[in-house]
Design a protein around this ligand. Structure first.
Ligand code: ZN
Length: 421
């Protein structure tokens, strides 16, 4: 029997964190969304690979960790060459492609940029645009195989509060200990997206036909360590919801006590489409053998060495041919941020380990409660991390081009491991 799936819809809700969903937070009232997704499977331990839009989506579309695909952080301009992404693969396989975003310029210079256009091409301001154009494109012609991606930005910082009279400073509220009060504004933006936009999209699709993945690209801090995302790794930022509908399949059962990662969507989707591309990354097929998920630790990486302000007009308007490498415009390295950081975390879904690569500082926490845990020897976590780096089947890509800083970091790492003197 040919049980190949021919229709895919990936919905990325920017900054959608773990608790902005009625299944994890009973104060969120989304009765229509809950009905249209009641048969969707929910991954209770789903983690992103990066706390920023560009590297996180690059992992989604390539199945690779940032250190493998080359977009180490938000301000890196390009990924390594010769990495295949879902858009190219489905395009070559003859699928009809549809990629829409409320903020498509955030994907500028990335290999999949040409596939993603404005959600409403007729709207001056995307959050005031209509869904009809997207829904029409989604549904016709009905018989052809389709690969569709939708990226919603309304939930990003600002949360639709721009121009609202007397709107409070949310950072100030958090600083004053009024986090719950601040979160109400963020939850309201999420509720709008779920209860109106997603309901209108999902009710128009046959769940017997469409494989649908709904997820956050990273969360949002609202805590003393990080207010938004992108400048620190925190459990509020790395853990996001994932809802999945697989047609003609009994409800997908996520591993109860193991983490799943953004990189798992790549092999899962390709296997559903029965497309084989010789993938050798760390992502695992969510419909595969549960044993594959045992004793698993998943990685999240942050690199802000080149600053955090990618979404400047001066960057976004740079001509494509002026970007001469991952870090260079017109042959000149882009400027460093003196406060830039490199951090990584590993989690098994219960324990959160974070390390600052520059000074070795680390924390160990219980991911659910956020309370610190005793850690006698961080070396066990470092070893897991080094194993991921050393066993990656994509290491050869790192030789394509590296800055002096990157060479130094790589050499120090190998020296620590005793590979070089
Ligand atoms: Zn994002």
């Amino acid at each position: 029997m040919d049980n190949r799936v021919n229709k895919f819809l990936l919905i990325s809700i920017d900054c959608w964190r773990y608790d902005a969903l009625s299944r994890t937070n009973s104060t969120l009232r989304t009765p229509k969304f809950d009905l249209v997704t009641q048969d969707f499977s929910f991954a209770n331990r789903f983690f992103v690979t990066a706390p920023a839009t560009r590297p996180s989506h690059t992992s989604l579309f390539t199945g690779l960790y940032p250190f493998e695909h080359g977009l180490y952080g938000q301000t890196y301009l390009k990924m390594f060459d010769q990495i295949r992404n879902l858009f190219q693969i489905f395009d070559q396989a003859g699928y009809r492609m549809l990629g829409r975003s409320q903020r498509p310029d955030v994907f500028r210079f990335l290999d999949f940029e040409p596939y993603i256009t404005l959600l409403d091409p007729n709207a001056e301001q995307q959050h005031l645009g209509a869904l009809e154009n997207f829904l029409d494109a989604l549904k016709s012609p009905e018989e052809s195989p389709q690969f569709c991606f939708l990226h919603l930005w309304y939930t990003h910082g600002g949360y639709g509060m721009g121009g609202v009279r007397s709107s409070p400073n949310l950072q100030q509220l958090v600083n004053q200990g009024k986090t719950e009060e601040a979160l109400q504004f963020y939850y309201a933006a999420v509720t709008h997206v779920l209860e109106f936009m997603l309901v209108e999209i999902l009710k128009s699709l046959s769940l017997d036909e469409w494989a649908i993945f709904i997820f956050g690209d990273h969360g949002e801090g609202f805590c003393d360590e990080v207010m938004a995302h992108g400048d620190n790794l925190h459990q509020n930022v790395i853990r996001v919801p994932l809802l999945v509908n697989i047609p003609e399949t009994d409800r997908l059962v996520f591993p109860e006590d193991a983490p799943v990662s953004m990189i798992d969507l790549f092999p899962t989707i390709l296997n559903l489409a029965k497309l084989d591309i010789n993938y050798n990354g760390y992502g695992r097929d969510l419909l595969g053998d549960p044993k594959e998920f045992q004793d698993r630790w998943v990685l999240t990486e942050l690199d802000s060495l080149y600053g955090v302000g990618f979404l400047k007009q001066s960057n976004l308007e740079t001509a494509h041919n002026r970007v001469t490498s991952r870090l260079k415009i017109d042959g000149q390295e882009i400027s460093r941020d003196p406060n830039g950081r490199r951090l990584w975390t590993l989690t098994n879904g219960e324990i959160f380990y974070r390390e600052d690569e520059q000074n070795g500082n680390y924390v160990v926490r219980d991911i659910k409660s956020g309370t610190d845990l005793p850690c006698e020897d961080p070396a066990t976590f470092k070893l897991k991390y080094d194993e991921l780096l050393i066993n990656s089947r994509y290491q050869h890509l790192q030789h394509q081009e590296t800055s002096n800083e990157e060479v130094e970091i790589l050499e120090n790492r190998l020296r620590d491991l005793g590979y070089i003197d």
